[in-house]
Design a protein around this ligand. Structure first.
Ligand code: PLP
Length: 395
């Protein structure tokens, strides 16, 4: 018998995917130059040249069986060592290769971590709105459930009072995504420190650790010198899930890592449970070629000039028209207030003009919409008059 739950997930596309598909269809009818697609976070800057150079060098220099064969289930030790070295150089983090598990991007990494922590079906994972919508199916698939803390729409930091109210004896982890999708906000070190103090207190009260699950695909994507904290340095019970999808523009290649630092309570048991959960989900031996690329490229940083130019053009253009938005410190998203307060209606109005923005409702934050600005600068400039028309129409 087919699982109704899985059927529903497969049969109904996410709103983001729906908009993206709609954009492709419309492009065939009205011409691609007349569709302004801000729906999907597919990086638009090319991967650094060193990535492609590494692939060529690996294919030329390495024995074919080594390139294409199974690796160790937790990932090649050279890859884990390169990542540990990079984290230690940048954050003095004390990470060992044994703390790292190479995974196929952030999505299966998040599921493996949640699964490792879902000892009972009462297990709860807390997400802070606005949040990445896939957290919900991930938490359910892991055998637990997602609890959502309402957004602080004034600062888009973390409303610690609301968060405390959401924590119960069943809370296993709080998911922290900074820089954030969809707001672009970076949580300050003060916010994270205060969150850590709260979780320490609640963990002591309930007699078990409450972990921070740091979901960090956008860690390197920040502007204007804003600093992103390495959360394990601020709160010891932090598990990091990282992906190269956005930082090295490799979303189709499926490569990232999980880091369970020694500072985590029960770190060895937890690491083994993460490896076990990945095994149970069939996600071991991440793509071998890509592991070898990361062994050579873990220290690379993206050139963000194009995203920064886009960010400034949109922020300045939209602000002049009267739109307001969350502080766009990082990632490649702007989270903008719907002028008439109704994000669904605004998104529909925009869609009618072939301008595709994602309603905030799906991120747990109605009244706002997301613009994904990893697009061409030219498209942004051509779309600005359409945003202006929408503002007029909303008055
Ligand atoms: N977490 C967040 C916040 C994301 O925005 C995304 C992708 O957009 C993911 C996780 C999944 O990343 P990956 O492509 O590495 O699976």
């Amino acid at each position: 018998m087919v699982s109704k739950e899985m059927w529903a997930l497969g049969a109904n596309r996410s709103v983001i995917r729906d908009l993206f598909e709609y954009g492709l269809k419309q492009a065939a009818i009205v011409g691609p130059e007349n569709v302004f697609d801000y729906s999907l976070g597919n990086p638009s800057i090319p991967s650094p040249d060193a990535v492609n150079d590494s692939i060529r060098a690996i294919l030329d220099d390495t024995d074919s069986i080594k390139v294409h064969g199974y690796t160790s289930a937790v990932g090649d030790v050279e890859t884990r060592k390169a990542i540990a070295d990079d984290l230690n150089d940048r954050y003095n983090a004390g990470i060992r290769p044994e703390n790292l598990f190479i995974c196929c991007g952030a999505a299966p990494g998040l599921i493996a971590i949640m699964r490792a922590l879902a000892a009972t079906k009462e297990a709860e994972f807390v997400a802070i709105a606005p949040y990445f919508p896939e957290y919900k199916p991930f938490a359910t698939c892991a055998g637990g459930k997602l609890v959502v803390v309402p957004a602080d729409t004034e600062h888009f930091q973390i409303d610690l009072k609301a968060l405390e109210a959401a924590i119960t004896p069943n809370t296993q982890a709080v998911i922290v995504n900074s820089p954030n999708n969809p707001t672009g906000t970076v949580y300050t070190a003060e916010t994270i420190t205060a969150l850590g103090q709260l979780l320490t207190r609640k963990g002591e009260e309930y007699g078990h650790p409450i972990y921070i699950l740091a979901d960090e695909p956008y860690r390197e994507l920040v502007y204007d010198g804003v600093e992103v904290s390495f959360i394990p340095n601020l709160y010891k019970n932090t598990i990091v899930c990282y992906s190269y999808s956005k930082s090295l523009s490799l979303p189709g290649e499926r490569i990232g890592y999980i880091c369970v630092p020694d500072s985590c309570q029960d770190s060895q048991e937890l690491y083994a449970a993460v490896a076990g959960a990945a095994r149970a989900g069939g996600h071991v031996c991440a793509p071998s070629l890509w592991q070898k690329v990361i062994a050579r490229c873990a220290h690379l940083r993206p050139d963000l000039a194009a995203y920064d130019k886009n960010r400034k053009a949109l922020q300045e253009g939209l602000t002049k028209m009267g739109y307001s938005m969350a502080s766009p410190d990082g990632a490649f998203y702007l989270f903008v207030k719907a002028p008439n307060g109704d994000d669904m209606a605004f998104s529909e109005m925009a869609k009618a003009k072939n301008l595709l923005v994602v309603p905030g409702t799906g991120f747990g934050c109605p009244g706002w919409f997301r613009i994904c600005y990893c697009v061409s600068y030219d498209m942004i400039m051509r779309s600005l008059p359409v945003f202006a028309e929408l503002m007029e129409q909303s008055k």
